[in-house]
Design a binder for this molecule. Structure first.
Ligand code: DGP
Length: 112
């Protein structure tokens, strides 16, 4: 299922893109939940995390490494949170796998 994130990858709709490599893209969330709120997405369409398969292993690892790179690039390498919403019941609204990178304010645990 194609989502608006595919359109962001294709530059068909604008986004504040802060990182890109051959496999993924990072851009600022349109509805930020923290002073820094970036979405990191694979260019390959994966609907949600649970739909990833063994062949996606390298890509998933790449996303985590890229998240660390983006956090360092933003100056928050020592204090950030990654969130993956998997499924509408826990808040997933765009069905193209994405990591939320949140930083810049105190965060509580457990998350709500
Ligand atoms: P989730 O609820 O986990 O599926 O997160 C989807 C996020 O995508 C949500 O925080 C808002 C963000 N978002 C939705 N549409 C757009 C858009 O057009 N541009 C940008 N930059 N972010 C978007």
């Amino acid at each position: 299922m194609t989502t608006l994130f595919s359109k962001i990858i294709a530059r068909e709709i604008p986004a504040d893109i802060i990182y890109e490599d051959e496999l993924c893209l990072a851009f600022r969330d349109i509805n930020p939940q923290a002073p820094i709120h970036v979405l990191l997405i694979p260019k390959q369409e994966i609907t949600k995390l649970v739909d990833a398969v063994a062949g996606d292993q390298a890509l998933l690892g790449h996303l985590l490494l890229a998240a660390g790179k983006v956090a360092r690039q933003l100056g928050v390498g020592d204090a950030f949170r990654l969130v993956v919403n998997n499924g509408a019941a826990v808040g997933q609204s765009v069905f193209h796998l994405h990591l939320h990178l949140l930083a810049g304010r105190p965060m509580h645990w457990p998350p709500g």
